[in-house]
Design a protein around this ligand. Structure first.
Ligand code: XMP
Length: 511
């Protein structure tokens, strides 16, 4: 068994982010639900325990709590936000409701002398992300405050004899200065982890878990051509071989020549893939729909319908494999306490009644980790370095009515944009670059004639994990070539504009 830090999840939207930060330090983590028993936790021989944040208030009747025996297991415990308040309450401290809730970046100041995890190299004043209503008003016996806010609130505490620590702020988010360093202090100085865990170990463990879960049944997988579904299929193929049957649904919303090239790549890695052309079915259900969420729901529903039809033809298919990765989970608001931003089609578009069980092996991973994983299991570069492409395809880039004609216009423009970026050697360095077709007509002049046509948007962004993004500063000469070619070569377009918005406030896709 690898060295573990167990994260007890009390419902925070940041729980997986804590796990990711520790993975980056090569420390293995296991996420367990708040109702896990001390016995279950002990069975993994953890080097340390982290109790996550959560949306509850510790004083509410029925608030989430943890098995009190967990605090007697003798290993170090770090409580983050709600987790800190829970430690305080369970060890005899006093937690009260603040007069106002505190969300955002706040300065804290080190206090109380030496601290094990707020070590010497951490400056005496830090900007940290706070997101809480309650606070620890009275320390439990044996604890000291190790930092305070300007308003005099305890922002961290510790009992170094028992190795109990609490942080009222979130060290796992990038906006907390030195956050990773603080987690590092907990993992290495306090828990004495050795930091020798590798993603390849995750692969072995996950393959074993997939085999165990699936048993003798079969898995059906909807491939989209994207990195996430392709890597999950290749991984599951390694685990269960031809008990995995893939289906590639051409929903008519792919980019130029994409269905053909994707099928060739799947063949090259030995996946068993059935090609289903459902484009007419999708396009006829999408006719006249211009509301983004309705489009997404229709596409999500149709996907599942098509899968179910295909699954019905495969004897013993009980599972549906999906390439859901962590940002999809957060943004679709499936965690208690997080708000819906967009219903990503791998998650939110699923109909309530579905006859297949879901297999989502990449659910805790971020995009760059999925790519690393693809490399580890020997997938070709063409697949793993492909830019992310949304499940609902061009539907969310074709604003307004979706017709075959408008999709063809968008495809032609998009192919030109990508082609010019490739020629300029820029495509590989960009996270996503694509065109959006706007249902907005403007006046132009071509030759001696007046035109009144729609507009194309060029969207190119840099990102690390798709949670935030910065628009790419593409060389103006390249932009100029793209603009000229689109107006000259794509019928129905007389204007090209560029999206210079980052995420937030915008999202990467337009719908
Ligand atoms: P947004 O537009 O939410 O996109 O900033 C974040 C990332 O997710 C991709 N995306 C999707 N991926 N199913 C997916 O598999 C979807 O429904 C979906 N919607 C957006 C988007 O391209 C970007 O990389």
């Amino acid at each position: 068994m690898p060295e573990n830090i167990i994260i007890i999840n009390c419902g925070s939207q940041f729980t997986q982010l804590i796990a990711r930060r520790l993975r980056e330090m090569k420390v293995h983590t296991l996420i367990m639900n708040w109702y896990a028993s001390a016995e279950q936790v002990r069975s993994y021989s953890p080097k340390g325990i982290i109790i996550s944040g959560g949306p509850d208030s510790v004083n509410d009747p029925g608030a989430i709590s943890i098995d009190p025996e967990i605090l007697t297991l003798g290993c170090p415990v770090l409580g983050i936000c709600y987790g800190m308040q829970l430690i305080a309450k369970m060890t005899g401290g006093h937690v009260v409701e603040g007069e106002s809730r505190e969300y955002g970046v706040t300065a804290i100041h080190k206090a109380g002398g030496n601290s094990l995890i707020l070590g010497e190299n951490i400056p005496s004043t830090l900007n940290v992300l706070m997101s809480h209503g309650d606070y620890v008003a009275e320390l439990p016996e044996g604890f000291k405050a190790t930092s305070m806010t300007d308003g005099g609130i305890i922002s961290s505490f510790e009992d170094s004899s028992r190795n109990f620590f609490g942080l009222q702020f979130h060290p796992e988010v990038i906006s907390t200065e030195n956050g990773s360093y603080i987690l590092r202090g907990f993992a290495f100085k306090v828990c004495k982890c050795s930091g020798d865990w590798k993603l390849s170990d995750w692969v072995d463990g996950t393959i074993t878990a997939i085999r165990k879960a699936v048993g003798d049944s079969k898995v059906i997988c909807g491939l989209s051509g994207g990195v996430d579904s392709s890597v999950s299929a290749a991984l599951v193929n390694k685990a269960i071989g031809d008990k995995l049957q893939c289906v590639f649904v051409n929903h008519g919303l792919m980019r130029l020549n994409e269905p053909e090239s994707v099928m060739k790549e799947y063949e090259s890695i030995g996946l068993s893939v059935k090609y289903v052309d459902a484009s007419e079915r999708f396009l006829s259900e999408l006719a006249g729909v211009d509301d983004p969420e309705k489009k997404r729901k229709i596409i999500g529903r149709l996907f599942i319908e098509v899968f179910e039809e295909e699954a019905g033809k495969i004897d013993g298919a009980e599972w549906l494999l999906q390439g859901t990765i962590y940002p999809d989970v957060i943004e679709s608001g499936t965690k208690k306490g997080s708000a819906l931003i967009k219903s990503h089609h791998n998650v939110g578009g699923l109909p309530e009644k579905m006859n297949l069980k879901l297999l989502e092996p990449l659910r805790d991973l971020f995009k760059d980790e999925v790519r690393q994983l693809g490399k580890i299991i020997g997938m070709p570069d063409e697949i793993i370095s492909r830019q992310p492409f949304p499940g609902p395809g061009l539907a969310v880039r074709c604003l307004g009515a979706i017709t075959k004609e408008r999709l063809d216009t968008l495809r032609a423009a998009d192919a030109i944009f990508r082609d010019e970026l490739e020629k300029a050697g820029l495509y590989a360095g960009i996270w996503q670059a694509f065109c959006v077709l706007l249902p907005v007509k403007s006046v132009g002049v071509m030759g001696d004639s007046r035109t009144y046509n729609e507009a194309i948007v060029l969207r190119a962004i840099h990102s690390q994990d798709a949670m935030t993004a910065e628009w790419s500063r593409i060389d103006y000469d390249v932009v100029d070539r793209v603009s000229k070619r689109i107006c000259n070569e794509v019928r129905g377009i007389n204007r090209v504009v560029m999206d210079v918005t980052s995420k937030p406030p915008a999202t990467i896709e337009w719908e």
